[in-house]
Write a protein that binds this ligand. Structure first.
Ligand code: ZN
Length: 217
């Protein structure tokens, strides 16, 4: 529960929204998602076998964000929020974790891109309905196998091909220092219908959903 706390991120978002450039599309969208309630836009889970789930799990699944996974094991700190910073707009949040910590897929989806040739470093992009989630600075590299691009992290025992399906919480990488970074962390970016949004808002919705689901009925 505590690891989902994003109060400081939310504060940072509020601070950044007071800046002049409020008209920025991403911020506006983040704001409208915040005020409309993220519950309405949670991606659906790929797993349809509700009848096979125990009652408790069905109850929890009625909280739309309850099924999402925190994106990294070994959480240490949020080190950079979404929004403007000295060098420009930061399209995601930075989560410091010890090098080698496993990264988990936030939601069921499909790997739509693996890459290792940008400032994002070795990275994986997963699409879940209207949502796209991006994981940067991972260990490993990208190669080609039978015409498909494949991310490989031998030390972590991981291999992911473009087009491959992943399940919520699947290990999809490990925290590293590839690309432009000064220390081991996960840069986690999210798009909703193509627009960047603040992943801190998503973590907030997950924490709220978890709190509601844990209340006695
Ligand atoms: Zn970052």
């Amino acid at each position: 529960m505590k690891r989902f706390s994003s109060l400081s991120l939310r504060q940072s978002w509020l601070d950044s929204s007071r800046q002049r450039k409020l008209s920025y599309g991403a911020l506006l969208l983040a704001g409208s998602l915040l005020f409309a309630g993220l519950g309405e836009v949670a991606p659906r889970t790929l797993r349809q076998s509700a009848t096979a789930l125990p009652d408790a799990q069905i109850a929890r699944a009625s909280e739309p964000w309850q099924v999402a996974s925190f994106p990294v094991e070994g959480f240490q700190a949020y080190t950079s929020p979404f929004g403007y910073r000295g060098s420009g707009f930061h399209y995601g949040i930075d989560i410091a974790s010890p090098e080698g910590s496993y990264i988990r897929s936030w939601w069921d989806g499909q790997v739509v891109e693996v890459s290792d040739d940008s400032a994002c470093g070795t990275s994986v992009v997963v699409e879940s309905g209207d949502w796209t989630h991006v994981y940067c600075h991972m260990q490993g590299y990208v190669t080609t196998d039978g015409g498909r691009r494949v991310f490989v992290d031998s030390g972590g025992g991981l291999q992911l091909a473009e087009g491959q399906a992943v399940t919520t919480g699947d290990r999809i990488g490990r925290v590293g220092m590839t690309g432009r970074t000064t220390g081991p962390h996960l840069h986690w970016g999210m798009r909703y219908q193509g627009e960047w949004v603040d992943p801190g808002l998503v973590l907030q919705a997950m924490a709220d959903g978890q709190r509601r689901a844990s209340l006695p009925q």
